[in-house]
Design a protein around this ligand. Structure first.
Ligand code: FES
Ligand code: MG
Length: 573
């Protein structure tokens, strides 16, 4: 075992350092027989007082430890940085790679044989998986689980999705401040990550579909007793993973990523998953591209009727049978899943879903009666997005999916916020709203600005959607005709930087096109006039980020992390 390099073999084995390490284990209060010769399982916990999505994980780590002890392992909890989607600014996406680095380096530098990764809120699961993949130690995810349904005056509320909807009603003057105060208390009312099909529900499901979490684990509500049992079972399984030396790279194969992509699309999941899965695949040397998602999306139906694409919430999805029930349906679609590949259970992927039944057919659909016959995400290209752009067209107004209109261009989100309600801009339902300077470098960190606000005077007239284009991301809980992740971003001179208010822009989702009707010669002329904006950071992590971040179509990983490879093991003796 790897940890034996720290502690020596047996009670007196090894050299001076092993003696020193054992004496410090005594200082920690452990008897030799409690840990020597046992797999050391690091529990990486993203719990924090500031993260409501993970507020139960401090206590839940105790259940993981229970499972580790019972299976003959030795658990050690490591607090790692929390990435709270709500509170961390400008966006936790700026820090995903920092948590990935922290994960990799903690696992490498301490006496650890295997890991349990505790996370859920948007960026935490991709970050933990990226780091564990690069560290190369056996690991599995304990998904934090979704919060309970929101409630307001007899209606269910979805975090994120209904936040935007009620805010627009408030701006349009249809509800008042007293009711908004009640909505504030009803939107998010238990521990757990967002219970809509946002990035958290999408990426925890992706972790399960990759085979990196126990079957059914990602759908269990955070406060359900089943979540305690799952945590204990995951701890126990981590010990077995070490004995079997089943590494993340052995589980996360090309086939696993194709299955995860199919699952994300069948869930009507978050567009953020494209960035995260491409980045994670890069860590294990799997080439996953935007075009893979587009191709898989064309053969995979949307089967989960969960907001924002559908009507229900994750609690309903769990009662309806959870991810196993959805996978069982997806498995009937030709070429959708690879049932034979291996998983952290040591069993083939088919064991995750075979025999799983749907209990509520309105929530989880069959391929014969899908929410939509095609996956919810399309990849667009054209002279505005040579590297690609992404649209969740299922959550868009069908009227706008083939549309040409004049652009109104904003250079920053602050400018947009200040000016959007100004009637002088002359925004109509045909306008194409464009936000630039919001990409990986320009944002910085690609903030979730992509659901650009609609002018209040249009909302009052009942206009609920416009074509909106940006190099930003969008919350998985958002909706509308929002073209996202335009690559390359404007900050590095992508064509979005050359667009001007009044230019005609065409969105053609069936043809997978995003272009401006401005001709090439004029665009070239504008390029000679273009000045790169000043750097966003002067020092610190931001400078490192700015030097090494890749574009959205490449997963926004750091260039020096985005490939497999092994650093030498530290020499603990
Ligand atoms: Fe944490 Fe939505 S804010 S998952
Ligand atoms: Mg989100």
């Amino acid at each position: 075992m790897r940890s034996a390099a720290w502690f020596g073999d047996g009670a007196t084995g090894g050299k001076l350092r092993a003696f020193s390490h054992r004496s410090r284990m005594r200082q920690l209060g452990y008897l030799p027989e409690e840990h020597l010769g046992k797999p050391v399982i690091a529990i990486l916990n993203t719990w924090s007082d500031i993260n409501p999505c993970h507020m139960h994980l401090r206590e839940r780590a105790e259940q993981v430890k229970r499972g580790v002890w019972q299976a003959g392992g030795f658990p050690l909890e490591f607090p790692v940085s929390t990435l709270s989607e709500t509170f961390q600014k400008p966006t936790p996406m700026l820090y995903r790679n920092l948590l990935a680095m922290e994960t990799e380096e903690l696992l490498r530098s301490y006496p650890v044989d295997g890991a349990v990764l505790m996370g859920g809120c948007d960026k935490t699961v991709p970050a933990l998986l990226m780091g564990a993949a690069s560290a190369g130690l056996p690991a599995l995810v304990v998904p934090s689980g979704p919060m309970l349904r929101g409630h307001h005056r007899g209606r269910t509320l979805g975090s994120g999705t209904d936040l935007w909807a009620y805010w627009d009603e408030f701006r349009a003057g249809r509800i008042g401040e007293c009711e908004m105060a009640q909505v504030e208390c009803g939107l998010a009312r238990s521990p757990g990550h967002c219970m809509t099909m946002g990035t958290a529900s999408t990426m925890t499901a992706a972790a399960e579909a990759l085979g990196m979490a126990l079957p059914g684990s990602s759908s269990i509500p955070a406060v359900d007793s089943a979540h305690h049992r799952m945590a204990a079972a995951s701890g126990a399984r981590a010990v077995a993973l070490v004995h079997e030396q089943l590494t993340p790279a052995a589980v996360m194969t090309r086939e696993a990523f194709e299955d995860a992509a199919a699952t994300v699309l069948a869930l009507g999941g978050s567009t953020n998953a494209l960035i995260h899965l491409i980045a994670l695949a890069g860590r294990v040397g799997v080439k996953l591209s935007l075009d893979d998602f587009d191709a898989i999306g064309r053969r995979v139906p949307v089967l989960a009727d969960v907001r924002p694409v559908g009507a229900f919430l994750m609690e309903d999805f769990y009662y309806a049978g959870g991810l196993p029930a959805l996978l069982a349906q997806l498995a009937q679609v030709p070429q959708a899943l690879h049932p034979e590949r291996t998983t952290v259970t040591g069993k083939p992927f088919a064991s995750y879903y075979s025999g799983a039944e749907i209990h509520q057919p309105q929530v989880i659909r069959t391929p014969q009666d899908p929410v939509s016959p095609e996956g919810g995400v399309a990849v667009l290209r054209g002279n505005l997005a040579p590297g690609g752009a992404v649209i969740k067209h299922l959550a868009a107004d069908p009227r706008l999916l083939s549309h040409t209109g004049p652009a109104v261009v904003f250079d920053s989100y602050q400018e947009l916020q200040q000016r959007i309600d100004d009637p002088e801009l002359g925004i109509t339902e045909d306008t194409v709203l464009v936000l630039r300077g919001a990409g990986p470098l320009g944002g910085p960190g690609m903030p979730e600005y992509g659901m650009l606000p609609i002018p209040a005077y249009l909302l009052e007239r009942g206009v609920k959607d416009l074509v909106r284009i940006s190099d930003a991301r969008m919350s998985g809980t958002s909706y509308g005709t929002c073209v996202l992740h335009v690559a390359p971003e404007s900050h590095v001179g992508g064509p979005l930087a050359l667009l001007r208010t009044g230019d005609l822009v065409t969105l053609d989702v069936p043809g997978r096109v995003l272009r401006t009707e401005v001709d090439d010669a004029e665009l070239e002329r504008r390029r000679t006039e273009w000045q790169p904006p000043p750097p966003r950071f002067e020092r610190g992590y931001g400078s490192l980020y700015a030097t090494h971040i890749t574009q959205a179509d490449e997963g926004c990983d750091f260039d020096f992390l985005a490939q497999p490879g092994h650093n030498p093991e530290p020499n603990p003796s």
